[in-house]
Design a protein around this ligand. Structure first.
Ligand SMILES: Nc1ncnc2c1ncn2[C@@H]1O[C@H](COP(=O)(O)OP(=O)(O)OP(=O)(O)O)[C@@H](O)[C@H]1O
Length: 456
């Protein structure tokens, strides 16, 4: 079966044209030939060409490539993503290299071997496909952007703790600074990352989210940096990586604390140089992205334990945004419950469904280890299970694997207990840090680090 592709060959040598057409016709669905370059724009009015083979010299005895440069420029004006392969003679390689710097994709030397020509066109077609894919993604993103919130309407919460987060987002979004979002599971880290993008100057570009916890060690480079065909057994075609896709937009690296040390080093190189090289490629390409990272892990402690590179931490945390856990802002629970109730009563066709106020109050006593995501699922479950017009049962809210009664209402997190414990020890030792550290069985540095963390 022929490869579906529109190919145009422009050369003043009729013999070259006819031979090329005869051969390429067997491989590709459409091959057009033209001797006169001034007719090129007319061809583009009729068809969308995937690959254009363009001679560099059309006047007899000329070999400076001037005409080739001119028509290359004209083609790229018509289609900035056009894939132009230059046809050059021996001795004109310098000219071809210059032309590639001006936007040509590749070149073939006359007289060519058919298989070599075929190989060059096939890889150029892959590039065309990748470019089209990026454009398609950007268009999809633009469509989504049109309906995208440029306000905090879907970002529920009015507690002082979440208000601080919103203020910080508004302040940093337009700066292009690298942001590190910290927070427990389900607190809304991705939501914050998207809000930063939506309020930023890149909001019309793409937002690419990568869950680093889900990328395997072996596929890391190919996923993030892309690969060229043949780079490894499964690399059947060229593929752009997530950084390339995120060009001009925002890349969100979730679960950055889960990266192994060797992968951290690879990531750091890209973040420093803002250049990527696809696996198996020789050339590096520049990438322009805004970086937002997130984790639920204590990165500073991991640096201390040599599980996270300090230079990487410095690179990603120009600004840190810590999202409070749900139990630190229980006053937002009624608002969130209303929000999710309205979403799910619509989804499950139960209009007018309400929740008993008393039931909502009881939800404030639960410690919500899964934070907003857990509350969201609990409301969804309650809506599905509801029979009348009002939801009255607390039990139906909570995940079947946990129970609201198992946790006392005064439950403290490990962090809170650690803070209390340190304060108590300091008090017992009249504020003497050396003695306190000794009593706690940790070094003075470790104690200072923890005191710093807890704002003591
Ligand atoms: N303030 C909020 N208002 C409304 N919905 C929220 C809010 N915060 C989080 N959510 C919702 O809670 C769910 C979890 O949020 P998100 O995925 O952003 O959390 P996360 O911290 O990135 O989670 P994880 O740590 O598991 O990656 C999502 O459905 C999100 O829309």
């Amino acid at each position: 079966m022929k490869t579906p592709a529109n190919i145009l060959i422009v050369d003043d040598d009729r013999d070259v044209l006819e031979t090329a057409r005869m051969f390429l016709k067997q491989e590709f669905s459409s091959v057009d030939i033209e001797e006169d370059p001034s007719k090129i724009p007319g061809y583009f009015e009729i068809k969308d060409y995937d690959v254009i083979l363009l001679d560099m010299n059309f006047k007899k005895g000329m070999n400076d490539g001037e005409e080739g440069f001119y028509w290359l420029g004209e083609i790229l004006k018509i289609d900035p993503q056009a894939i132009v392969i230059l046809i050059t003679a021996y001795g004109e390689v310098d000219v071809a290299v210059k032309a590639m710097k001006q936007g040509a994709t590749d070149f073939v030397l006359k007289p060519w071997k058919n298989q070599k020509l075929l190989g060059t066109i096939l890889s150029a077609l892959q590039l065309r496909k990748s470019k089209k894919e990026v454009i398609r993604l950007k268009e999809t993103q633009n469509t989504l952007n049109r309906d995208k919130p440029h306000n905090f309407n879907d970002f529920i919460g009015e507690s002082p703790a979440i208000q601080r987060v919103k203020d910080l987002i508004t302040k940093v979004a337009k700066t292009d600074a690298d942001i590190l979002v910290l927070g427990e599971n389900g607190t809304g880290k991705e939501l914050v990352a998207r809000a930063i993008h939506n309020f930023s100057l890149r909001s019309n570009e793409i937002f690419i989210s990568v869950d680093l916890g889900a990328v395997s060690e072996t596929l890391f480079e190919s996923e993030l940096f892309g690969h060229v065909k043949g780079a490894f057994t499964d690399a059947r075609q060229d593929k752009p990586g997530r950084f390339e896709l995120a060009n001009e937009g925002t890349i969100f690296l979730d679960e950055i604390g889960n990266l192994s040390m060797p992968l951290q080093a690879k990531l750091l190189t890209v973040l420093q140089s803002r250049k990527i090289r696809r696996v198996g490629a020789t050339r590096e390409v520049d990438v322009d992205f805004r970086l937002v990272c997130a984790t639920n892990m204590p990165l500073s402690e991991m640096v201390y334990e040599q599980k996270f590179r300090q230079d990487l931490l410095y690179r990603i945390n120009t600004v840190e945004i810590r999202i409070p856990s749900l139990r630190e802002r229980i006053e937002d629970i009624p608002l969130l419950v209303d929000h999710f109730l309205s979403i799910y009563s619509r989804k499950y066709h139960k209009p007018g469904l309400s929740i008993n106020k008393h039931t909502v109050e009881k939800l404030k006593n639960y410690h919500w280890p899964g934070n907003i995501r857990e509350l969201q699922h609990a409301v969804e479950r309650a809506v599905i299970l509801s029979e009348g017009d009002t939801i009255n049962s607390v039990e139906s809210f909570i995940s079947p694997t946990t129970s609201i009664h198992r946790v006392p209402s005064q439950a403290k997190t490990l962090d809170e207990m650690e803070r209390d414990f340190i304060l108590q020890s300091l008090e017992e030792n009249n504020g003497n840090v050396t003695q306190t550290a000794k009593n706690l069985g940790i070094t003075r540095t470790a104690l200072y680090r923890r005191m710093n963390k807890h704002g003591i």
